[in-house]
Design a protein around this ligand. Structure first.
Ligand code: SD4
Length: 332
């Protein structure tokens, strides 16, 4: 039996697992509850609608008594393989130069972590990130080095962009010639998956994977593969993940900030809100600046918050499987 299974403080039986009070706030309802929900037992939460399928795959691991780290990897691999998904994995949108460059990271209950960024042509960046964590003494590999490592470890390759995406890119390039003259952020198409799990032994793990902001500058890396920005776990406290404009999330070390706020006694939703407030305070122009945080604490309380309306997350427990709208600071 793995170490994590043996020595964990919480023994949360799957059989007895029940969701006691997941009461989604109405979209836009500000801060009227200290948390959005409390799950008594294993729980999986993940960003956006694609989270439902990812959670289902992750749950298969947890329901067999598996570990959170295996669940989070299995979960987001589903999203990475979805050829219709334009913001994660091999169906993802390219950068301005036509390259699909993938970012991913993974972190476990013992603060072990692995990450890849600016990786091209590999079907499952999250598994490469896991291999960086498990098989090297490093945390992060990028670009050609990450690709070399992936190939050496036999990871599946894939030609990107896929034909449909290539056609879309060509059209976009024709229509947006101006963008090539100035390094502005293009706000089309995004939606990273960040998935957090707590298993029956009380272990937290998280995974975050994305093709990043569509039509980003070549070489741009967002928050998603940055431990502390797109994802952070601390077994003493809980876990957090982020989606949205990576530059703004990195500026406040977003997911780490959320976990530290929970450490200081704030509920997950309060912590997510305070991180969003910090982003808002640091940016004069909030045009298109969507950032969303999702968090869980060690007691199974779940919470989220976003700058603008429209962010939702998928929640899975032994008794619940649903989308929850996040509370937000303002309307688009
Ligand atoms: C990035 N945070 O590359 C990602 C994109 C994203 O919802 O999450 N969009 O900045």
């Amino acid at each position: 039996m793995a170490d994590q299974q043996r020595r964990k403080f919480l023994k949360l039986g799957l059989a007895g697992a029940a969701l006691s009070a997941v009461q989604p706030l109405k979209a836009g309802e500000l801060f009227s509850q200290s948390f959005e929900g409390k799950a008594n037992g294993p729980v999986i939460i993940s960003t956006w609608n694609h989270g439902l399928a990812a959670n289902a795959a992750a749950w298969k691991v947890l329901e067999k008594g598996g570990l959170a780290i295996d669940a989070v990897e299995a979960g987001v691999k589903v999203t990475e393989s979805d050829l219709t998904n334009r913001s994660v994995g091999i169906g993802g949108m390219p950068d301005r130069d036509g390259h699909v460059t993938l970012d991913a990271c993974i972190m476990d209950n013992d603060s072990r972590c692995g990450s890849v960024a600016f990786l091209e042509g590999i079907a499952h960046p999250i598994s490469v990130a896991r291999a960086v964590m498990d098989k090297t003494q490093h945390v992060m590999l990028v670009g050609a080095g990450a690709k070399k490592f992936a190939l050496e470890h036999g990871f599946e390759t894939i030609k990107t962009p896929i034909p449909e995406v290539k056609a879309e890119y060509k059209k976009w390039k024709k229509e947006n010639a101006d963008l090539f003259k100035k390094p502005e952020i293009n706000h089309e198409n995004h939606d990273t998956i960040g998935l957090l799990a707590m298993d029956q032994y009380g272990n937290f793990s998280g995974a975050c994977t994305t093709s990043g902001w569509a039509y980003k500058m070549h070489g741009r890396v967002g928050d998603s593969p940055i431990i502390g920005a797109g994802l952070f776990i601390d077994s003493e406290v809980g876990a957090a993940t982020a989606t949205g404009l990576g530059e703004a999330i990195i500026r406040i070390a977003g997911s780490h900030t959320v976990v530290e706020l929970m450490r200081n006694g704030h509920s997950p939703m309060e912590a997510c809100k305070m991180a969003v407030d910090r982003i808002i305070a640091k940016h004069k122009d909030l045009t298109n600046l969507q950032c969303c945080f999702l968090a869980i604490d060690k007691n199974g309380n779940v919470g989220s918050y976003s700058v603008y309306n429209g962010f939702n997350y998928a929640l899975k427990t032994a008794t619940e499987e649903k989308m929850v709208d996040a509370p937000f600071n303002r309307n688009w």
